[in-house]
Design a protein around this ligand. Sequence first.
Ligand SMILES: [Zn+2]
Length: 308
Amino acid sequence: MSRFRWACLLARTAVLLIAGSGLAVAQDLGTLETRTLPPLAKPDDPNTPAKDLFGRKVQPAANMAARSIGYYTHGCLAGGVLLPINGPTWQVMRISRNRNWGHPNLVKTLERLANKAPSIGWPGLLIGDMAQPRGGPMLTGHWSHQVGLDADVWLTPMPERELSRKEREEMMANNVVADDWMDVNPKIWSDKYIALYKMVAKDPEIERVLANPAIKKALCRDVKGDRSWLHKVRPVYGHNYHFHIRIGCPADSPECKGQPVPPSDEGCGADLDWWFQKKNLNPAPGGVRKPVLMSALPAACKQVLISN
Ligand SMILES: [Zn+2]
């Protein structure tokens, strides 16, 4: 990668970090060149951020059974499996990031959802970031996605052709939210999005679907008939180009820390209104978070990191 490209990427990363609240304003581009990070000068220094260590692992640890260790925002993944970059009804985007890894339950869930997509008029799903090969914190983006149980899915239907490598790195997803963040964009929003959120949220493995508050607002207003799944759609900043699915702790993962299931009410009342108050719509930048160190992750993550 040219020095200029690196500078652009770093600048963009800085903007995202400064935003702090997760208000990513645009999608990051990938790269067509093979990107190898330089070795760390002091990998054993306890002050080395865990993201610098996990971000350099390009393969899962060999011979480790699958298990998710820790919490979605503080953990790692043993025995991660790869979602193939092409399936009959899905394609993986931003391949250069090497983040199409997950616990086998996540991979199975994505394949199941993708297989169902044609039945609601989506030719297939475009899959964004899942986890790194050994999970853990990432060098760019995402506070979660660390234990192999989170995945992002684009709000653009999969085209009925195989996307080129360049398209996968540089194409942008649909932004379904209006510029003022108060509602969805009526030129883009349609029943096909409602059908998509419904299909995903009704899947028994899915515990949460993270969506922009404007999308939740539109669902609260527009969903007719069966509303039993609305409580799983949780409002959060960003998430206007993609939605984020989260599955629960797998039975094979005793060190996985789950999240309480969302409350059963629809979440269409005062809790949702909070997001549209002026002070919450455009929160002040949250500043740069201190990077997570290995000492803050479950002890078993050290073994996942150092295994061959
Ligand atoms: Zn996500």
